[in-house]
Write a protein that binds this ligand. Structure first.
Ligand code: TPP
Ligand code: SF4
Ligand code: MG
Length: 298
């Protein structure tokens, strides 16, 4: 053996990864590895024991994360991670429940669930990996694809404007909203750790390279080139106006990062802790004919 070669038998994340599922399916240069590592580290460092964490993913390259984590983790159907996580949390409030999924899963097919979970202030953490496209299915246009960007379904440029995710999620009522990139691993890990321990609907957007689906068609190069782009073009500004957080990804554009929202709102509670039969109020059917007595539901 070369004297300078170091053999690493153990890695600090080993206990939290299902090593029998590795190697992972992700392409070289994909940002999902560092994104998952930040999440795994935040879980390891949290005050809640690992067996009290549950992670739910939808479908997509990002959705694979649930399968690689050695937690109670669930790889659910496309767009349905949030309702699944909501049920899990409401039926077992002692669990720390997080959703880890992609921009398409959470904001296209799953957009409706995002809307109502944030509005209700369900006590879950949502981590959205935004790689600006549907990576898994061949690089199609999604709701975060920047205007004029090329994808496999918009080879002449995207004619639609993208969602400004932090602005939207803040308007829906999330109590913590952050955005970091997979280059900013310390800040990302801290933001996830903070989101996990804060009560209410907490949200972290993670900008991440998808060199296959988005980077190359848009002349951003491979994964490392996109990381250099993040390094060059990022500005950290927690106080930035939310409406200014749109992303364009053109060469000279700025990516504004930070922990933008941190506030308190009442957390969603199911109605009381009484037995179900005592919680149901009788429904009164009002008859059209006032002579006929109103009757109570059985
Ligand atoms: C009901 C349904 N519609 C469509 C699909 C196909 N599909 C699988 S993953 C995906 C998009 C995933 O995009 P995103 O959430 O951004 O994840 P990424 O692969 O980019 O990480 C789609 C449309 C599906 N699996 N189920
Ligand atoms: S297609 Fe994109 S998101 Fe999916 S594994 Fe490859 S680089 Fe990552
Ligand atoms: Mg995506």
């Amino acid at each position: 053996m070369c004297p300078r070669e170091i053999v690493v038998n153990d890695h600090q994340l080993d206990p939290i990864l299902r090593s029998d599922r590795l190697p992972h399916i992700w392409c070289p240069g994909c940002g999902l590895g560092p994104a998952m590592a930040c999440f795994a580290k935040a879980i390891q460092d949290s005050d809640v024991p690992v067996d009290k964490h549950a992670c739910v993913s939808g479908i997509g390259c990002t959705g694979r994360v649930a399968g690689y984590l050695n937690l109670d983790s669930f790889h659910t159907t496309h767009g349905r991670a949030i309702p699944f996580a909501t049920g899990l949390k409401l039926s077992n409030p002692d669990l720390s429940v997080s959703v880890f999924s992609g921009d398409g899963d959470l904001f296209a097919i799953g957009g409706n669930h995002m809307l109502h979970a944030a509005r209700r202030n369900i006590d879950i953490t949502v981590i959205c990996v935004n790689n600006f496209n549907y990576g898994m299915t061949g690089g199609q246009l999604g709701p975060t694809t920047p205007f004029a960007a090329r994808t496999s379904t918009t080879p002449y440029g995207n004619p639609e404007g993208p969602l400004n995710i932090p602005h939207l999620v803040a308007a829906l009522g999330a109590v913590f909203v952050a955005r970091w990139t997979v280059l900013h691993v310390r800040q990302l890990q801290k933001a996830i750790a903070y989101a996990l321990q804060k009560e209410g609907f907490t949200f972290v957007e993670v900008l991440s390279p998808c060199p296959v689906g988005f980077g190359r068609p848009n002349d951003l190069g491979d994964g490392l080139d996109e990381m250099m782009f993040y390094k060059r073009q990022s500005v950290v500004d927690d106080q930035a106006p939310l409406e200014s957080l749109g992303i364009d990804m053109s060469k000279e554009s700025t990516l504004v990062l930070g922990n933008f929202v941190d506030r308190e709102r009442p957390v969603y509670q199911p109605m009381g802790t009484d037995p179900p039969e005592q919680r149901i109020r009788p429904v009164v059917y009002r008859p059209a004919d006032p002579e006929v007595k109103a009757r109570e539901a059985p």
